[in-house]
Ligand binder design. Structure first.
Ligand code: SAM
Length: 275
């Protein structure tokens, strides 16, 4: 399940990049220095590098396996000199940043005054589809839950000898007792009956209900403007999807149709610093 989830996300990011390729031309002639924030597994950074940008990608928690070297780093404390990048890019990251004011101040500092920022962020449709698919996700999740519970019990019966498979799934901690506790917590979290209908919130917005307001186009634009950036353009990305990974790779035509006729699940914001 975990592997499929990553590949599906990468597939979505590939489609996003196909749409955004032309937008990057707005930044000027190559070579240009691009900072990617929250690069995750480096998939998008590898695509941007393929387009000819000189890419530096950072993330507080770089993911493995990785497609590109992602340095450890946080956007609220960018360890780069002033005016060092022509473009700052992020894909589905700003909604996770708690101290967004400091992050914007830092981005403004390291971006050249004539530089541009391109950030993609979720739309309210992402949350609506997450609500709608939540029961399916819950049922799929039960398989995972019982699998984990079975492993914990087996692990206990075997005197914690066989904990490698557990650590692969949930934690890099090697203390078996701690691992079992962590796994049981995870199991109870999945069993919470509220989860059948109400998804957990995603990122810095306090709940999945507030996401419906915070992720509106106008809310994101206001956030940029109140932090010294002018949004010059928004670009709808091509798919409708939820953050529950249900039916990955299926219904692509329908997903595109919904994205075009109702709303996409993610939108790009192209912004310039206000001088
Ligand atoms: C939903 S993932 C997106 C990953 C990748 N950009 C993608 O599109 O697949 C959000 C990423 O933001 C990163 N992140 C969260 N807070 C951050 C911060 N303060 N500075 C930089 N990255 C951050 C997380 O570690 C995570 O990798």
């Amino acid at each position: 399940m975990r592997k499929i989830a990553i590949r599906w996300i990468d597939h979505i990011r590939q489609l996003d990049m196909d749409v955004l390729e032309g937008t990057f031309a707005l930044a000027g002639d190559l070579p240009l220095k691009l900072l990617e924030i929250g690069g995750g597994n480096g998939f998008v950074a590898s695509k941007l590098s393929g387009l000819g940008f000189n890419v530096v990608s950072i993330d507080p928690d770089p993911r493995q396996p990785s497609f590109y070297h992602v340095r450890q780093g946080d956007c609220v404390k960018l360890e780069f000199p002033d005016d060092s990048f022509d473009i700052i890019f992020s894909s589905n990251v700003l909604e996770h940043v708690e101290d967004i004011k400091t992050a914007f101040a830092e981005m403004k500092r390291v971006l050249r005054p004539e530089g541009i920022m391109i950030h993609t962020m979720p739309t309210p449709l992402n949350t609506v589809l997450t609500f709608l698919t939540q029961p399916v996700r819950y049922i799929f999740g039960l398989g995972f839950v019982f699998g984990q519970a079975y492993r914990v019990i087996k692990n206990k019966l075997r005197g914690h000898k066989n904990n490698n498979d557990l650590s692969d799934n949930l934690s890099s901690d090697s203390d078996p007792k701690k691992l079992n506790r962590q796994n049981m917590r995870e199991v109870f979290k999945h069993l919470n009956p509220l989860r059948i209908l109400i998804p957990w919130h995603h990122g810095a917005s306090p709940s999945c209900f507030t996401e419906l307001h915070d992720w509106k186009r106008t809310s994101w634009i206001e956030l940029f403007e109140s932090n010294g950036f002018a949004v010059e353009q928004t670009v709808d990305l091509p798919l409708a999807y939820s953050r529950n990974v249900v039916f990955p790779f299926c219904f692509e035509k329908l997903r595109k149709h919904i994205a075009e006729s109702i709303s996409p699940s993610c939108r790009a914001y192209i912004a310039k610093p206000e001088l």
